[in-house]
Write a protein that binds this ligand. Structure first.
Ligand code: HEM
Length: 489
């Protein structure tokens, strides 16, 4: 890029000077969200680093990110062809593969339709507004009994281990029409691999950019391939079962609906067959993966924050007691009456920024941003963590304070302020699970907060330093919980 001719009227991108072969890997270090935020102070909202031999453009600042992902959305909607992405979903991932625009668009539309359709269908009982509410409520209530049982048996529990199974069960229900027991070894060992997965796929993993690192006897890449194999085999087995029991007149779940789409297409002479059956049914693999890792990480962080900020936990419980009561479980329709809970959720998104970068983007043609030239096929990192900690937007950004999302009178939820938080990406590649994600996060938390109180294990230190990755996790820990009584203590 250094030698590329810059079109007249445009400038060359600023950025730190790279050293041969490794580029700026040392400055980027083990916490790219922090090091690249620091660089944005020095070089501005659009700058370039080099990871290995490959130039990467880093975007920060709400205005610049919006300009790129929304106003120039088409030009920034690609995905780079990164080494690790080849192993995800056998190279056929909707989220990570560098499919041509037409193929990606067709698959994204199908995925959106399937999610919308299977979350809004009617529940089995009129107690619930839709099947999504039914699944989430039942799993959350079951999680409460699981945590109580763990407390009785061992006096403490690892929150992530239990939450991840409950959350996986909601998406399993929608995708595969089944749920798993909290002791199911197959599911447990699979969902517990997600930390390892995120570590490799997180923006700035050197092995993605420096070819020779792939051939070092590094365990990480080998482990990564093994994880993807296990994940793919798990889903493949379920898909094969679905093909053998598929009945056009009884579409049971998202997998069936994707199979059905392929069958319909075969009967339609005019259909264009540019997307293979495998790539269509493979969408379910993305939905399952994205559907449990993100939400379980969000919930597990929340429980850790509740323990770290007991006065916030108490205020949240009192809001539920007052506006929902203790005689029934909270519902989606209670949301407008729980402004402090909404504010807490936004502050978890902002403060933890547990998805510090979006999935890497890539330019689809030569373009420019803020007057700087960016050639076609340039890898682009979008620093969500920076946007959520930008001191020009947020007062005391490092302070955890849900109150910042309340109106001046402290009573209502401030929507305008909440819109400044960036967690689901923006524009053409924006998350397709946002509605489900927000609903699930809200309802799980409301039910947990109504029914339980979480505490530290005395003498145990709570370490809130995140471990960097695609989704940043807190360190595994032991916590305690007790059931809330119907009557106020
Ligand atoms: C993409 C966040 C839940 C499915 C993304 C991206 C982010 C994100 C940041 C990348 C955007 C970009 O590259 O610019 C989240 C958060 C969630 C969540 C914070 C929950 C709290 C879900 C759920 C599903 C899902 C529940 C599915 C059931 C996807 C898919 C993509 C995606 C398929 C790829 C879209 C594409 O490349 O076109 N999400 N997500 N997500 N998400 Fe989510």
């Amino acid at each position: 890029l250094m030698r590329t001719k810059i079109p007249e009227g445009l400038q060359r991108l600023p950025g730190p000077k790279p050293i041969p072969i490794i580029g700026n890997v040392l400055e980027v270090g083990r916490n790219p969200h922090l090091s690249l935020t620091a660089m944005s102070v020095r070089y501005g909202p659009v700058f370039q680093i080099q990871i290995g031999m490959r130039p990467v453009v880093v975007l920060s600042g709400s205005n610049t990110v919006r300009q790129a992902l929304i106003k120039q959305g088409e030009e920034f909607a690609g995905r780079p062809d990164l080494y690790s992405f080849h192993f995800i979903n056998d190279g056929k991932s909707l989220a990570f593969s560098s499919d041509q625009a037409g193929v990606w668009r067709a698959r994204r539309k199908l995925a959106l339709c399937a999610l919308r359709c299977f979350s809004t269908i009617e529940a089995s009982s009129s107690e619930y507004s839709c099947v999504l509410e039914e699944h989430i409520t039942k799993e959350a209530e079951y999680l409460v009994t699981q945590l109580s049982t763990a407390m009785e048996a061992s006096g403490s529990f690892d929150p992530f281990r239990h939450i991840v199974v409950s959350v996986a069960n909601v998406i399993c229900g929608m995708c595969f029409g089944r749920r798993y027991s909290h002791d199911d070894e197959e599911l447990l060992s699979l969902v517990n691999l997600s930390d390892e997965f995120g570590r490799v796929v997180g923006s700035g993993n050197p092995a993605d950019f420096i070819p020779f690192l792939r051939f070092l006897p590094s365990c990480t890449m080998k482990k990564f391939m093994a994880i993807n194999d296990r994940f793919n085999n798990f889903v493949q087995k379920i898909v094969t079962e679905h093909y053998s029991t598929y009945d056009k007149n009884n579409i049971r779940d998202i997998t069936d609906s994707l199979i059905d789409h392929c069958e319909d297409r075969k009967l339609d002479e005019n259909s264009n067959d540019q997307v293979s059956d495998e790539k269509i049914v493979g969408i379910v693999n993305d939905l399952f993966g994205a559907g449990f890792d993100t939400i379980s990480t969000a919930l597990s962080w929340s429980v850790v924050y509740l323990v770290a900020y007991p006065e916030v936990q108490e205020k949240l419980h009192q809001e539920l007691r007052k506006n929902v009561g203790m005689d029934r479980s909270p519902r989606i329709s209670d949301k407008p009456n729980l402004p402090f809970l909404e504010a807490f959720i936004m502050e978890i998104f902002r403060h933890s920024s547990f998805l510090p970068f979006t999935i890497p983007h890539c330019t689809t043609k030569d373009t420019s941003l803020n007057g700087f030239f960016i050639p076609k096929d340039t890898c682009v990192f979008v620093n969500q963590w920076q946007v959520n900690h930008d001191p020009t937007t947020w007062k005391e950004p490092s302070t955890f304070s849900p109150e910042r999302f309340l109106d001046a009178d402290g009573m209502g939820f401030n929507k305008l302020e909440a819109e400044k938080v960036l967690v689901f990406g923006l524009g053409k590649r924006r998350c397709i699970g946002e509605t489900i994600g927000r609903t699930e996060f809200f309802l799980f938390l409301a039910i947990l907060l109504q029914k339980m109180r979480f505490h530290k294990v005395p003498g145990h230190l709570l370490d809130m330093t995140p471990e960097y990755g695609l989704t940043m996790k807190h360190k595994r820990c032991q916590l305690r919980a007790s059931l809330r009584k119907r009557e106020q203590d």
